[in-house]
Write a protein of this length. Structure first.
Length: 151
C-alpha cells in the first residue's frame, strides 16, 4: 500500500511539473494571429508614414526583396534603394491585404499572400494603378517580433 501511495504521489508531482498551462504555450493559431497583426501594422505604417519607412521598419536585417527582376539583399541595401525611389513621393501609395497566412510547426517562420494596389498620381493628377499578388515570408526575431525576410 505504501508503494501505491508513493507511486501516486510521484505521478502527481510529475504531472504538476510536466504540464504547461494552455495560456503559457503558444500555438500555430496564435502565431498566425501575430503575423496577421504585424502585416496589418506594416500596411498601416506604409499608408501613414510612407512606403520606405514601413519597409525599413518591418525588414529583418537579412531581408531580401525582389524588385524589377533584381534582388535587394539586407536592410541597409533596402534603405539605400529607397534613396532615389519614386516610393518616397507622397503621390505614391501602396495598399495590401493578406488573404492567407500560415506558420511553421516550430513557430519561427510564416508566410502571407494577398492582393496589393500600387497607385501613382502623375503630374496631371491622374491616378495610375498597378494591382497584383504579394507574397511575404516572416521570421520571428530573438525579441519575439515578426520581421519579413522575403518580399
Amino acid at each position: 500500500m505504501k508503494n501505491v501511495a508513493l507511486f501516486c504521489f510521484l505521478m502527481g508531482i510529475a504531472g504538476f511539473f510536466g504540464c504547461e498551462s494552455s495560456s503559457q504555450k503558444s500555438t500555430p493559431e496564435q502565431w498566425k494571429q501575430e503575423i496577421l497583426h504585424t502585416e496589418r501594422d506594416f500596411a498601416a505604417m506604409a499608408a501613414s508614414e510612407g512606403i520606405p519607412a514601413a519597409f525599413v521598419a518591418y525588414a529583418a536585417d537579412d531581408a531580401v526583396l525582389l524588385r524589377n527582376n533584381r534582388l535587394i539583399i539586407g536592410k541597409e541595401n533596402l534603405q539605400n534603394s529607397f534613396a532615389n525611389s519614386p516610393a518616397k513621393s507622397p503621390n505614391v501609395t501602396l495598399a495590401w491585404t493578406p488573404d492567407f497566412v500560415d506558420v511553421s510547426a516550430s513557430g519561427d517562420l510564416g508566410y502571407t499572400y494577398g492582393k496589393y494596389i500600387y497607385t501613382l498620381i502623375d503630374s496631371a493628377g491622374v491616378a495610375k494603378r498597378d494591382t497584383g499578388v504579394f507574397h511575404t515570408v516572416w521570421k520571428k526575431q530573438a525579441d519575439g517580433t515578426w520581421r519579413f525576410v522575403w518580399d
